[in-house]
Design a protein around this ligand. Structure first.
Ligand SMILES: *[C@@H]1O[C@H](CO)[C@@H](O)[C@H](O)[C@H]1NC(C)=O
Ligand SMILES: *[C@@H]1O[C@H](CO)[C@@H](O)[C@H](O)[C@H]1NC(C)=O
Length: 370
């Protein structure tokens, strides 16, 4: 706690030092931080962030905005809870290796950054448990030709190398799946799905398909599963350090944003709605994972929410991602992956991003979404 208070960024799980609760928790005012009284500092952040928010409205992703964003503090993990954080796969985490970033959440889940874990320990632990790890990916429409080959080839080089892996490719054209040589103990299954007409429906049908697969063969033959988007590729080691009961990915575009600016669904009629003061982080639907049982629960929640919205004739702001964020608010993930695990090069250079594991492909919606 001492460290947190000293920096005026207090409790992790926050996206900045400007939330009301923090002020209240720490007695509201009088704590001099960076030479400013807390209340004054809060106002300053409000102004800066409001300006950022307005700028964001005018030019989402503007380089200048991205540059300023790097100065929003992330918060740090309180020193007294650091020793309490143990991980089933990595053992003790080396929080001290990354003092500049948030390495735990307020509910005691680790946030995995490069250098905070020993990949060899995780590797041995996963072997000892004799795990089979599933990787699901949807390759429908033009996404198949454009991304699947590179996705699979790079996954063979970097995803859970040395473990038993089963890929599940969901596609409407199984015959078009490219041949990629599989390493020892790794196999590929192709499952046929019906092609939805609109890409919004594709993203929604995904949750239903996953739920059914987890209740079937995928669920029987794997212990942990990662569900990934296909329009990205691996560029670095993505191993068992990422495994846990319920794993969420911090969204590369939003991990420094204050909570009230995050693009949650705000329409109260939607099942995905999060109200002011709700939400911990903004999670990316391009990467989520966990045990089979946890993912069954996650997909069931999202399917139900999506159905309810459809019956009301509404669609959440970011479709299945909005529902995923609602789920993670209600059921806290047991591990968070830093944005290093799924990075977007368009954001530009950031000191805290050491070794990206997955990189998004530049978005070419016009080409792939019709
Ligand atoms: C490890 O798991 C595989 C597949 O689930 C199984 O065939 C094998 O017998 C297991 N090995 C041990 C030592 O339990
Ligand atoms: C750690 O392992 C235990 C026993 O296998 C399990 O019950 C628990 O859920 C695991 N914790 C996480 C965070 O995955």
């Amino acid at each position: 706690m001492a460290l947190g208070a000293e920096w005026g960024v207090s409790w992790p799980g926050s996206h900045g030092g400007c939330k009301e609760q923090e002020g209240q928790r720490q007695g509201g005012q009088g704590t001099p931080t960076w030479g400013l009284p807390r209340a004054r500092k809060k106002l300053l952040w409000r102004l800066i962030l409001s300006a950022l928010g307005l700028l964001g409205l005018y030019g989402y992703g503007h380089p200048m905005l991205r540059y300023l964003e790097a100065f929003i503090p992330m918060g740090i993990c309180p020193t007294d809870i650091m020793p309490l954080l143990r991980d089933n796969f990595t053992g003790d985490l080396r929080h001290w290796a990354r003092p500049e970033v948030l390495t735990c959440t307020s509910w005691g889940a680790p946030i995995i950054w490069d250098d905070t874990f020993d990949p060899d320990v995780a590797q041995q632990e996963a072997r000892r448990q004799n795990l089979t790890i599933g990787l699901t990916v949807f390759a429908v429409g033009r996404y198949l030709e454009k991304y699947l080959k590179q996705f699979l080839e790079t996954a063979e080089q970097h995803f859970m190398v040395g473990q038993r892996v089963v890929y599940y490719i969901f596609t409407e054209r199984p015959e078009a799946v490219p041949h990629v040589a599989m390493g020892v103990g790794r196999q590929l299954r192709v499952e046929r799905v019906v092609r939805e007409r609109r890409w919004q429906d594709v993203s929604m049908a995904r949750m239903r398909t996953l739920h059914e697969a987890l209740g079937g063969r995928l669920g029987r033959e794997t212990d942990y599963v990662f569900c990934l988007d296909v329009d990205q590729h691996f560029v670095g080691h993505f191993g068992p350090e990422a495994l846990s009961d319920l794993v969420a990915q911090l969204h590369a575009w939003h991990y420094r944003w204050p909570r009230w600016l995050l693009p949650y669904e705000r329409n109260a009629r939607s099942a995905a709605a999060l109200f002011s003061g709700e939400g911990d982080f903004y999670y990316h639907a391009a990467v989520f994972g966990g045990s089979v049982a946890a993912l069954r629960q996650l997909t069931a929640h999202c399917v139900l929410g999506l159905q309810q919205d459809q019956e009301r004739g509404i669609e959440a702001l970011w479709h299945d991602e909005s529902h995923l964020n609602k789920f993670f608010w209600l059921h806290k993930p047991t591990k968070l992956l830093s944005p290093e695990f799924c990075w977007a090069q368009e954001i530009g250079w950031r000191t805290e991003i050491h070794h990206p594991r997955l990189l998004w492909a530049p978005k070419e919606y016009a080409l792939v979404r019709d």
